[in-house]
Design a protein around this ligand. Sequence first.
Ligand SMILES: Nc1ncnc2c1ncn2[C@@H]1O[C@H](COP(=O)(O)OP(=O)(O)OP(=O)(O)O)[C@@H](O)[C@H]1O
Length: 444
Amino acid sequence: MNLLTTKTQGQSASYQRVKEGLEMGRGFLMQGINLDERYTVNDREKKIQACDYYKKGIDAFKSAMKVNIMEIPEERRSEVREMKDKAKSNMKAAEDRFVELTNQMLGKTPSPTESRPTTSTFRATSTTAAETSRPQRSVLARNDMLKGVDAKFGNAILDEILDKTEVMLKDVYGCDAAKQALEEAVIYPALNPSLFSGLRQPVKGILLFGPPGNGKTLLAKAVATESKQAFFNISASSLTSKWVGEGEKTVKALFQIAKNAQPAIIFIDEIDSILTERSDKEAESSRRMKTEFLIQFDGASSSQNDRILVIGATNRPYELDDAILRRFPKRIMLGLPDEKARHAIIFNTLKKHNADKGIRDRDLRYIASVTKGYSNSDLVNLCKEAAMVPVRRLGKDQLRTTTQHGLRPIEVSDFEEALRVIKPSTNGNHLQKMLDFTAQSGQM
Ligand SMILES: Nc1ncnc2c1ncn2[C@@H]1O[C@H](COP(=O)(O)OP(=O)(O)OP(=O)(O)O)[C@@H](O)[C@H]1O
């Protein structure tokens, strides 16, 4: 055997050692998270076991990381660098969780329900030159987005989840706190990345919650349009139903595609349906998917080079467990519109459709005053219903011959009729629960 062959064999063995070590670390981390997320709060035994897994994971990562890159075959070096990079984020997540659980057991930290950003979220980092100069990409070739992704899941994601959006922030009425948080997390950093490092590192997880139909989806879309970021729009319930048994691979593919397409926003609607309780009764596959989600999320949020923002939306924030709340340090309620906002949405909806001729400002103020409890989408529906009244009055014969211009304008009496049909969709108890959650863990 000559020297060259010995060196090559040695390098291949080192490559295997790193690969297996990192996989082992990831395996332990998954087992740790699995226990941790299912039994977090009161089961001390399980906490100890979870810590044990985290510790084993950290050790395995560390030992794999020790292998010098020069000991790896040259053609594998960039792959190994990437694996190590990812593992660093996973290791950080394991260390954070290990310390947090240990402190909890020693009684050193407040209850886990009190949300604290993970240290990794706030880790001081400086912006790399590559990041600063990364161009804003709005269109990326499909093949580039699919790099390193299982084609079966990757194609499905690109077909169904990648959303082209044209909604602008000005189309979203009210929601000022949420707009500001999203501007700070996405739009400003894109304008001047160097200002948004260290303590000003943008958050990587934002939770939007509130009664249905108040702009959670609309706002996320608007932010993606204005920041020219790729927008992946997925409903968590489709992850659990549509891709039964394959949710885990889909989640993995989704994050890899977002990474390839970054800067990117992953919008997960109904996030409660994958990330609430993790009971024993749940199918194993669904549990694996959740664990994969947590791992991918941690990987994406602690890497300083990745610009992926996850926006979660839910109507039931109070059902989310601590694990998920920790990952969304900003939690903003999009509540029901107040009188001023109701006035604005009715006015703008009518104006947008050139249907405001018969409605005076006095009428608008009246309608806004009698629609307390209506959501924004209820108000849009109210306008649609009111617009139907003049048509209903026509009778069949006139209906055939009347043109758009021949139709009488919508009047306030049409709204009065519509109000008898369109009622507020938000239930009072539900709203109160959300307000209680906001007082404890969120912001308006
Ligand atoms: N703040 C808003 N400004 C303008 N239009 C709004 C606003 N909120 C809701 N709408 C209207 O209601 C529709 C539904 O809103 P959207 O899908 O954003 O609600 P959501 O909060 O995501 O609801 P869900 O919880 O049901 O997913 C929008 O397409 C839009 O017509």
